[in-house]
Write a protein that binds this ligand. Structure first.
Ligand code: NAI
Ligand code: A1CAB
Length: 268
């Protein structure tokens, strides 16, 4: 499989590094672009000199089976216009990772170049850099199972892939992609609190990481409901309920819910 990644930032760069590190795609079979050559030089150092790099997006799409668009959302349609005349539609599958740009917006941009377009949206999270992404996948209307398999072959080595309808993508993205930042903020707050209680920052962070792993295992392996697990921790008249109530008094659950709501792309 040959892949072209347009945009070598946090997401595009992580996809390229991840695919090479997991031996899923050889560096020689990946072409990657960025706005600046210096970004590409760094990526080449990380992935090996075999990696194909260029700042010419249109030139980069030649020969790819899968073209991944990983530029900022407001640049996406312009970049599509730039590469569209060079895309071999149907032979080449297009995957956008841009948040908030719909399949129909992408399709409208491409319709004057071909009547047979295969488009996907994939929303990974930054854990893709450690092959632990939850990648959300939406297929365009005319994508075949074989094309879905091809796109899965890109993202499955980098974590788990969850296919869902586009109508639920933004809600899921708030949980999985924005969620990395929200959980990190929880971790940061925990470390700040634990330092006040007398732990060193390193020790607090280590304990918090272990506790996250334990929480994850309880939910994932036991299939428990969070509230059932909370019940097991909160001894009546004990310490945890005092902590939980103090957190709720400060608006913990409402803050999280409000944050998720605010994470939806605006409809302008
Ligand atoms: N960072 C995240 O957690 C996630 C990001 N996304 C999406 O991924 C996309 C990229 O985001 P990031 O990687 O975070 O941004 P970034 O700013 O780190 O990377 C963007 C890259 O695009 C390159 N670029 C800019 N203009 C270009 C052009 N005309 N041609 C080729 N390359 C160009 C830049 O040099 C940069 O390397 C966005 O659309 C974002 O919505 C999706 C899910 C999660
Ligand atoms: O904040 C953003 O817009 C991107 C999309 C999801 C995570 N990061």
């Amino acid at each position: 499989m040959k892949i072209t990644v347009i945009g070598a930032g946090n997401m595009g760069g992580a996809i390229v590094r991840g695919l090479v590190a997991q031996n899923a795609v050889a560096a020689e079979n990946i072409t990657v672009t960025a706005a600046h050559a210096s970004t590409l030089d760094k990526l080449k150092k990380a992935c090996g000199q075999g990696l194909n790099t260029t700042t010419d997006n249109a030139e980069a799409v030649a020969g790819a089976d899968v073209i991944i668009l990983a530029v900022k959302p407001w640049l996406l349609l312009g970049v599509l216009e730039e590469i569209a005349p060079r895309i071999a539609f149907r032979e080449q599958v297009i995957v956008s990772v841009a948040a908030g740009v719909s399949l129909s917006q992408i399709d409208s941009t491409l319709q004057r170049y071909s009547s047979d377009r295969v488009i996907f949206r994939a929303i990974p999270n930054t854990a893709i850099s450690v092959a632990a992404s939850t990648t959300l996948l939406c297929r365009g209307d005319n994508a075949t199972d074989k094309e879905v398999e091809l796109v899965n072959a890109v993202f499955e080595p980098l974590g788990t892939v969850v296919e869902l309808p586009e109508s639920r993508l933004n809600a899921a993205m708030a949980v999985t992609s924005c969620g990395i930042a929200y959980v990190m903020r929880f971790v940061r707050a925990t470390v700040e609190g634990a330092v006040e209680l007398g732990l060193s920052p390193d020790q607090a962070l280590g304990l918090c990481i272990d506790t996250l792993a334990g929480t994850s295992a309880l939910l994932g392996k036991n299939g428990s409901h969070p509230e059932a697990e909370i019940d097991k921790v909160t001894t009546p008249g004990g310490l945890t309920i005092r902590g939980l109530n103090a957190m709720e008094e400060a608006g913990f659950s409402q803050s999280v819910i409000k944050g998720l709501r605010a994470s939806l792309p605006s409809k302008d």
